[in-house]
Design a protein around this ligand. Sequence first.
Ligand SMILES: *Cc1c(COP(=O)(O)O)cnc(C)c1O
Length: 401
Amino acid sequence: MWLAPQQGMRLDSGGSGIIRFLCRQAGWENARVRRTIPFFNYPALFASSEDTYLDTIRRVLAAGKYILQEDLERFERNLAAWLGVGHVIGVGSGTDALLLALRAAGVKPGDEVIMPSHTFVATGSAVHYAGAVPVLVDVRDDHLIDPAAVRRAVTPRTRAVVPVQLNGRTGEMDTLQEIAVENGLVIIEDAAQALGSQYDGRKAGTFGVAAGFSFYPAKLLGCFGDGGAVATDNDTVAERVRRLRDHGRAQDYGVREWSYNSRLDNLQAAILDQKLAILDDALSRRRAIAALYHERLSRLPGLLLPPPPGTGGRHFDVFQNYEIEAERRDELRNFLAENGVGTIIQWGGRAIHQFPALGFEVDLPVTDRIMAASLLLPMNTALTDEDVLYICDLFDTFYGD
Ligand SMILES: *Cc1c(COP(=O)(O)O)cnc(C)c1O
């Protein structure tokens, strides 16, 4: 499909030389060539390092080493060093990482755990399956948990707070740490979207007693399936998570408590270790894409953008997602789709308190406002600058340059 040439549209945002040549021949000086930009291009990311992935897969399969083997241990050591924590324990998913971290940190049935509603349901289900009660609070304009709301939600039954470091940004952790100390709470970070993000020079996942990371394929560090990890500096918590991921068994195979099976596959760990080696480059690329979006989109009315990289002072953001709030969001989304650009409304457009089946009755105005207007634009290392400029051109057209 070709867009009709229009005033103000630029040719330089896409297409091969030959197409540009033909456009010029046809007098379509201002034609924009249609692109197809999926929200997340899984096949392209595989293709970008296909040979190395296949070498890794062949090596691990040929060695017959599948469960709790050296590749897993090596990845756990390398990720712990990269984060600057004592221990990383690979588990079956980000959800399990949170559940096992909560249990290992001593969260017990009947405890209350304060967390934002503005998160994937997994944060809440981890709290629920630890036997605790999720207490949902509001977020601030940067989509992260509001420390003042945490303070107001504390009761004698509160045991923990789970800040969600959303979209690649880490919250105001010094204030949360003060609140935790004052009230005798533990902090367990949901860092599923924040690997490599920093606050005050410290990485997400190093602020509390433990943190959960996810290696879901579209996450900052993704594998070819499900995977996750717990990070902790606490030796006792680490030892307990190692038991909890393996049926509650200790090194001597003695079962110390009830648990179940949630181990990170050795094969996935080998692939993750390969990708960890280039993670810093991937995060820089995401920040560059965010800067490009910001430069172009900040000129337009009707949009709220995330803070651009490099201006955050205490924040170092890694842009797991580029989440905007947009006027006429649904219309915009359709317009982008008609022009080949895939977008996503995070969590199907609902925060946890907005699912009636879960039975919450709370008033969270900022979360409600965000969910009604938010949209995730393509943000991944398969995007070219030209892709981003094409998307920004579409915004110019939609909001009337
Ligand atoms: C992805 C995600 C999770 C869960 O991770 P899985 O690996 O999919 O289980 C938890 N919390 C947040 C904020 C996430 O984005």
